[in-house]
Ligand binder design. Sequence first.
Ligand SMILES: [Zn+2]
Length: 196
Amino acid sequence: MTSAELPSTPTPEATPSPEATSTAGTAPETEGAPSAIDELLLRHDQGPDHGAPEVPTPVPSLHLAIVTCMDARIKVFDVFGLRHGEAHILRNAGGVVTDDVIRSLSISQRKLATREIVIMQHTSCGMSLITEDGFRDELQADTGLRPTWAVEAFADVRESVRQSVARVRHSPFLRLTTAVRGFVYDVHTAKIHEVT
Ligand SMILES: [Zn+2]
């Protein structure tokens, strides 16, 4: 699909007052600002992606699932020299094994034949810059609602990796819980340190 085929972004009915836009993190998009999504669609149209006709199955050929952070500095394919079709890659804030990650891993193992799990968190993670209660307080102050979910903030990345590894090892929903290894990736040097 080209960018011209996309529905246009809805226009706000009224221009918000300066007061309404002053709260950090809640300001609506600036009128006329370039859209990153439009830019990406242009890059897609001009880029080399051709799908995966050479990969006939959704089963990852390395039978591997990788859980890592959404951090934009981690190029997972480059980090591990991954090729098309080799691994499932699950990303979230922190690279934490949450209930939703267990959901994906259970499907990955039971229906798509993965056997090993890599959990890779990293240095200088945004999740170490916030605290569990601080972020919950912020959400409650802003919205009136305190989330039912855990923020999963952490101060010690190695301990967070150990916690995620332990969640895999103790999950009743996974078929294979021993072939899991945890790592910390240094975003500045690209070095990978295993957490034992
Ligand atoms: Zn991170």
